[in-house]
Design a protein around this ligand. Structure first.
Ligand code: SF4
Length: 94
């Protein structure tokens, strides 16, 4: 796969790429923090979805967050819904 044009603006090009490809079950928060500040985040996430990339954090989305969706907006909505459900469960348990 050739380097897409938007990679020139990617924040991850300036840091250790291993952060974006942790071992299974490894931490993803460092990659997500970087992606949150990246100017090409949505383009990157959509690229991963369009090319069915099944490893690494792309556009701030983990492999699991990209599974079963075809757009970044769908992935973000699903992630937000899961977070909201978790917050409700936590509040009910308190
Ligand atoms: S969104 Fe994240 S993975 Fe994608 S280019 Fe930016 S820093 Fe890299």
């Amino acid at each position: 796969m050739s380097d897409p044009y938007w990679r020139a603006s990617a924040l991850c090009a300036q840091v250790d790429q291993g952060v974006f490809f942790p071992s299974p079950g490894g931490p993803r928060s460092a990659a997500k923090d970087i992606c949150a500040r990246c100017p090409v985040r949505d383009t990157c996430g959509q690229f991963a979805l369009d090319h069915d990339i099944r490893d690494g954090t792309w556009g701030g989305l983990s492999v699991g967050e990209r599974r079963g969706v075809s757009t970044v907006a769908e992935a973000v909505a699903a992630r937000d819904a899961r977070a909201a459900r978790a917050a409700v469960r936590k509040a009910r348990a308190a």
